[in-house]
Design a protein around this ligand. Structure first.
Ligand SMILES: *[C@@H]1O[C@H](CO)[C@@H](O)[C@H](O)[C@H]1NC(C)=O
Ligand SMILES: *[C@@H]1O[C@H](CO)[C@@H](O)[C@H](O)[C@H]1NC(C)=O
Length: 351
C-alpha cells in the first residue's frame, strides 16, 4: 500500500523545505543533512578516550550491552548516544570517534566525526583532574582536531564553494560545560558562569571561522540529580547547590546564542534545553516510559551505589529502557533516544 512520506530538506538557515512523496512502506520522515560534527564530554564521547592516556574510559562490559553487536565502544551508556540517533534519523553512519580513524578514513569520511572526550570541559582540566584521570581533550583541543578535518577533507570537494556549502549544511552538536561546573569545580577549578560562557563563545566562533553555520548547543543538565550525587545527599535528594550553579550558567546561554546568531552571518544557533528535558522527566517519569529516575542501572564500582561508574563485567539491570541512568553519572540509551527526539524537535525537524 502506498503511503505518504514527508521528506524534509535542511537548508542553510535550518528552515525546512518539505515535500510530499508517495512511496510504499512505513512513513519515515527524514532529516537531510550531509554530516554531523560532535563536540563535548562523556555524554557524547563515542570512544575517543579509548585512544587517550586517561582512566576515564567506558570500554568494558556492561557498557555497550545494547549497542549493535553488544560490545563496549567507549560510549558511557548501554547503547547508542543522542548523536548516534540523530545520525540515524539523517540516514548517516554513526559518527566515528576522531582518534579511532585511520589516516585514510579521515580523508574520506564526509558524513561527520565525533570529537567528544569524557571528563573534558569547556576549559582545560585542573591539575588534580589530570593527575587523577590523565589527559583528555578540552573543547579547544577538539575544535583544533576539527581544523585537521577541514584540511583532510579539502580534496574531497571540487571547489571552495562546494566545500563551504557542505559545512554550511552540516550540523554542529555541542554538549559541554558539565565537568567545568561539576567535576572541575569539585577538584578546585571553579568557573564563574560569565567566564565559562565567554570561553564557550570563543570556541563556537572558532568553529564558525572553520565553516560551521548550524549549531545545536545544549545547556547543562541538572547534574545535582544524577545517582552519584544523590547518594551523597540525605534521603537521595538532588544537590541544590550544584543545580543552582548549573542554572546560573544555563541562564546566560539564550542571550549568548542570540548574540552569536546576530553577529555571525548566515548562522543558526539552536539551544538544546537539556535542563528542561531532565526536569520534565523527573516531574513525570511515567509519561516518558521511565520507572527509575534516581538509581544506576549497572552495579557501580563500589557496589553500594556510591561509586562513579559501572563495575567491570557485572550484569546491569534488566529493565534498562525504564531507567533514566545507566551508570551513576550517565544517561541510559532510552534517555539518549528521548534527548535525540527533543533535539530534532528543537531543530524543527520531524522524527
Ligand atoms: C592535527 O594537525 C596538527 C598540525 O598539522 C598535527 O600536529 C596533529 O598531529 C594533528 N592531530 C591529529 C590527531 O591528527
Ligand atoms: C529525610 O526523610 C525523613 C523521613 O521522611 C525526614 O524526617 C527527614 O527530615 C528527611 N531529611 C532531610 C535532610 O530532608
Amino acid at each position: 500500500m502506498a503511503s505518504l512520506l514527508v521528506t524534509c530538506l535542511l537548508v542553510l538557515t535550518l528552515s525546512l523545505t518539505c515535500s510530499l512523496v508517495v512511496e510504499s512502506g512505513i512513513p519515515q520522515p527524514k532529516l537531510v543533512i550531509p554530516a554531523i560534527y560532535i563536540f563535548g564530554d562523556s555524554y557524547i564521547d563515542a570512544g575517543n578516550n579509548d585512544f587517550l592516556p586517561t582512566k576515564a574510559k567506558a570500554n568494558f562490559p556492561p557498557y555497550g550491552i545494547d549497542f549493535p553487536g553488544g560490545v563496549p565502544t567507549g560510549r558511557a551508556t548501554n547503547g547508542r548516544l543522542v548523536v548516534d540517533f540523530i545520525a540515524e534519523a539523517a540516514g548517516l553512519p554513526l559518527p566515528p570517534p576522531m582518534l579511532g580513524m585511520s589516516e585514510a578514513e579521515r580523508k574520506r569520511t564526509i558524513t561527520g566525526v565525533n570529537y567528544g572526550s569524557g571528563s573534558s570541559g569547556i576549559r582545560s582540566a585542573p591539575p588534580k583532574a589530570e593527575i587523577a584521570f590523565g589527559h583528555v581533550l578540552s573543547l579547544k583541543e577538539q575544535v583544533g582536531l576539527f581544523k585537521n578535518t577541514t584540511v583532510d577533507l579539502k580534496n574531497r570537494f571540487d571547489t571552495a564553494e562546494s566545500f563551504a556549502s557542505y559545512f554550511s549544511k552540516s550540523l554542529f552538536f555541542i554538549h559541554a560545560g558539565s565537568n567545568d561546573l561539576g567535576l572541575f569545580s569539585d577538584l578546585g577549578k571553579k568557573s564563574d558562569p560569565k567566564t565559562l560562557s565567554e570561553e564557550l563563545s570563543k570556541n563556537l566562533q572558532a568553529l564558525y571561522q572553520l565553516g560551521a553555520r548550524n549549531f545545536l548547543v545544549n545547556n547543562v543538565s541538572p547534574l545535582g540529580c544524577v545517582p552519584f550525587k544523590r547518594h551523597q545527599m540525605p534521603n537521595r535528594t538532588c544537590s541544590d547547590e550544584l543545580n543552582k550553579r548549573i542554572s546560573a550558567f544555563n541562564e546566560l546561554l539564550p542571550e549568548l546564542l542570540a548574540s552569536l546568531e546576530s553577529s555571525l552571518s548566515e548562522t543558526k544557533f539552536v539551544l538544546g534545553d537539556l535542563l528542561k528535558l531532565f526536569t520534565d522527566v523527573y516531574a513525570s517519569p511515567d509519561s516518558f516510559g521511565f520507572t527509575n529516575i534516581d538509581a544506576s542501572c549497572c552495579i557501580d564500582v563500589k557496589r553500594d551505589g556510591s561509586g562513579p561508574s559501572c563495575a567491570p563485567n557485572l550484569g546491569p539491570c534488566v529493565d534498562r529502557g525504564a531507567h533514566v541512568f545507566f551508570d551513576p553519572n550517565h544517561p541510559s540509551e532510552a534517555m539518549h533516544e528521548l534527548w535525540a527526539r527533543t533535539s530534532l524537535e528543537a531543530l524543527k525537524l520531524i522524527v
